[in-house]
Write a protein that binds this ligand. Structure first.
Ligand SMILES: Cc1cc2nc3c(=O)[nH]c(=O)nc-3n(C[C@@H](O)[C@@H](O)[C@H](O)COP(=O)(O)OP(=O)(O)OC[C@H]3O[C@@H](n4cnc5c(N)ncnc54)[C@H](O)[C@@H]3O)c2cc1C
Length: 429
C-alpha cells in the first residue's frame, strides 16, 4: 500500500461530534473523510420543535471551546447570515434547536471531507509496520474501500423502547425520536399518553398542551421516576461537564464508576426549569375559574402492560409505591424512554483486536482511544465512553475539547491548546 492512498483519519457518522472533528481538522495538514449514512446533516429531526432550545450555551457549537477564532463558530455563522444584531437583542445563551441544526448544516456545507449517503459497512485493521484501517462504505448500492491510519466512531445513540413493548411499536405507539414526523396524525387522536420524564417527554407534553384546546384530546403523562424533577442547572453543578471532572471520573476505580453514574442521573436526565415552568404556567392559566384541563400527570407510575384493542391501546399502569394497578385507554402512546449506545455492526471486524471489560464494554483510555490487544492503528470513540469518562460523554459542550484531544494525537503534535484548569472547585484530592 502506497502511503498516499491512506488518509490520516476516517470518521464514521456525521453528528455534531464528527462534524466538529472535520471542522477542527480541516486545513490542518491532515487528510480526512467522514461518512454519514443519511443524505444530509439533520440533528434529531423528530424533536426539532418550535420553541425548544439547546440545553447548553451557544458556545457549545462544534469549535468555539477550543478554537474561538475558527471560521466555523456560531458567531461567525450569525455574521455570515447578517443576524448578529438580532442575536444581540435576543440576549439568550440557549439558542433554538432549529437554529443549532441550521448552523451545523452551514458548517457541513463548507467541509469537503464529508460524504453523505455513505454507510460504513465493515472495518478491518491491517497490522503492518504502521497499522491502518480498511473501511468499506456503501454508497447508492455500490461498495467502495478507503484506508486510514486512525478511525473515529461518532455513531451516536439509538432510541430505546423497553424490550417488553418493542413488539407493540407502530404508527400509534412510537418513540419520541419520531414525534415531529407523526405529530399531525397524533393531534387527530382522542387520547394521547406520554411515558417518561426527561426533556423530550416534557417538550412533547408542552407542545400537546398548547394544541389541546383546538384538538380536544385527553392527555396523560406518566413516569416511573419519583417526580417530574428538574435537571441540575446550578453553576457549580454544571462544572461536572468539564475536562477537569472528566479527568477526575476517569481516574476513579472501575468498581466505583457505575454507582457514581447512577447517582448523577439528574445532572443530565431531568427536565429544564424553563420547560417545567412553561407547562405549569399554561395549566395554571387554563384552570382559571375552576375550568378542567383534560390532563393526568402521575409520577411513580410504571407502564406494566399494553394490549392493542382495535384502534386503541389498553395500558396497564402500576403505581409501585402503593402497589396498585389501573387500566387506561389511549389511542396514541409516545415512549420518551431515552437513547442507548449500541454497538455498530462494523465493529464486528475489530473484535479480534480490541479489549473489553468484564461487562463487555470497550476499554477506552483517558485520551479516548480504545485499548488494543497488540499495538494497532488508533481507534477513537466519541460519545460511547459514558462508562469510562462519565456524564460529559454526550454533552455538546465537551465535544470540541474531546476533538482537540483526538486531533493532537492524530496530528502527532499540539494543534489545539488543552487548558489545565477549567473549573473553580476541586474534584478529589
Ligand atoms: C433530542 C435530543 C436533544 C439533545 N439536546 C442536547 C443539548 O441541548 N445539549 C447537549 O449537550 N446534548 C444534547 N443531546 C445529547 C447529544 O449527545 C446529542 O444531541 C448529539 O446528537 C450526539 O452527537 P453524536 O455525533 O454522538 O451522534 P448523532 O447526532 O446521533 O449522530 C450520529 C450519526 O452517525 C450516523 N451513523 C451511524 N452509523 C453509521 C454508519 N455505519 N455509517 C455512516 N453513518 C452512521 C447516524 O446516521 C447519525 O447521523 C440531545 C440528544 C437528543 C436525542
Amino acid at each position: 500500500m502506497e502511503q498516499r492512498d491512506i488518509l490520516d483519519v476516517i470518521g464514521v457518522g456525521v453528528g455534531p461530534f464528527n462534524l466538529g472533528l472535520a471542522a477542527l481538522i480541516d486545513k490542518k495538514d491532515c487528510t480526512y473523510k467522514c461518512f454519514e449514512q443519511k443524505d444530509e446533516f439533520n440533528w434529531h429531526p423528530g424533536m426539532l420543535l418550535e420553541g425548544t432550545t439547546l440545553q447548553v450555551p451557544f458556545m457549545a457549537d462544534v469549535v468555539t471551546m477550543v478554537d474561538p477564532k475558527s471560521p466555523y463558530t456560531f458567531l461567525n455563522y450569525l455574521h455570515e447570515h447578517e443576524r448578529l444584531y438580532q442575536f444581540y437583542f435576543f440576549e439568550k445563551f440557549h439558542i433554538p434547536r432549529n437554529e443549532y441544526n441550521h448552523y451545523c448544516r452551514w458548517v457541513a456545507s463548507q467541509l469537503s471531507g464529508l460524504e453523505f449517503n455513505s454507510t460504513v459497512k465493515e472495518v478491518k485493521m491491517h497490522e503492518d509496520a504502521k497499522p491502518y484501517y480498511e473501511v468499506t462504505v456503501e454508497k447508492e448500492g455500490k461498495l467502495y474501500t478507503y484506508y486510514s491510519y486512525h478511525l473515529v466512531t461518532g455513531v451516536g445513540t439509538q432510541p430505546v423502547v423497553p424490550r417488553d413493548f418493542q413488539t407493540v411499536a407502530s404508527d400509534t405507539f412510537y418513540h419520541s425520536a419520531h414525534y415531529k414526523m407523526k405529530r399531525q396524525q397524533t393531534l387527530q387522536a382522542k387520547s394521547i399518553t406520554v411515558i417518561g420524564s426527561g426533556q423530550s417527554a416534557a417538550e412533547i407534553v408542552y407542545d400537546l398542551l398548547q394544541q389541546q384546546p383546538e384538538f380536544e384530546y385527553k392527555l396523560n403523562w406518566y413516569t416511573r421516576s419519583k417526580g417530574f424533577y428538574p435537571m441540575e442547572y446550578s453553576k457549580l453543578g454544571l462544572e461536572h461537564f468539564s475536562p477537569d471532572y472528566t479527568r477526575y471520573f476517569y481516574r476513579l476505580p472501575e468498581e466505583k464508576k457505575e454507582s457514581v453514574l447512577r447517582n448523577q442521573a439528574l445532572l443530565y436526565k431531568g427536565i429544564s426549569f424553563e420547560t417545567i415552568g412553561n407547562i405549569y404556567d399554561l395549566i395554571y392559566e387554563r384552570t382559571i375559574g375552576g375550568k378542567e384541563v383534560p390532563l393526568t400527570m402521575r409520577a411513580l407510575t410504571e407502564l406494566a402492560g399494553v394490549e392493542k384493542i382495535n384502534d386503541t391501546h389498553l395500558l396497564t399502569l402500576h403505581q409501585y409505591e402503593q402497589d396498585s394497578f389501573e387500566k387506561e385507554e389511549s389511542e396514541i402512546v409516545i415512549m420518551a424512554t431515552g437513547y442507548h449506545a449500541k454497538e455498530p455492526a462494523f465493529m464486528e471486524g475489530l473484535k479480534e483486536h480490541v479489549l473489553f471489560d468484564e461487562k463487555g464494554q470497550l476499554k477506552i483510555n483517558e485520551r479516548y482511544q480504545v485499548e488494543m490487544k497488540k499495538k494497532g492503528a488508533p481507534l477513537f470513540v466519541q460519545n460511547g465512553e459514558l462508562h469510562t469518562h462519565g456524564v460529559g460523554a454526550p454533552d455538546l459542550g465537551l465535544g470540541a475539547y474531546r476533538n482537540a484531544v483526538l486531533i493532537n494525537q492524530i496530528a502527532g503534535k499540539s494543534v489545539y491548546k488543552i487548558y489545565k484548569n477549567t473549573v473553580f472547585q476541586k474534584f478529589g484530592f
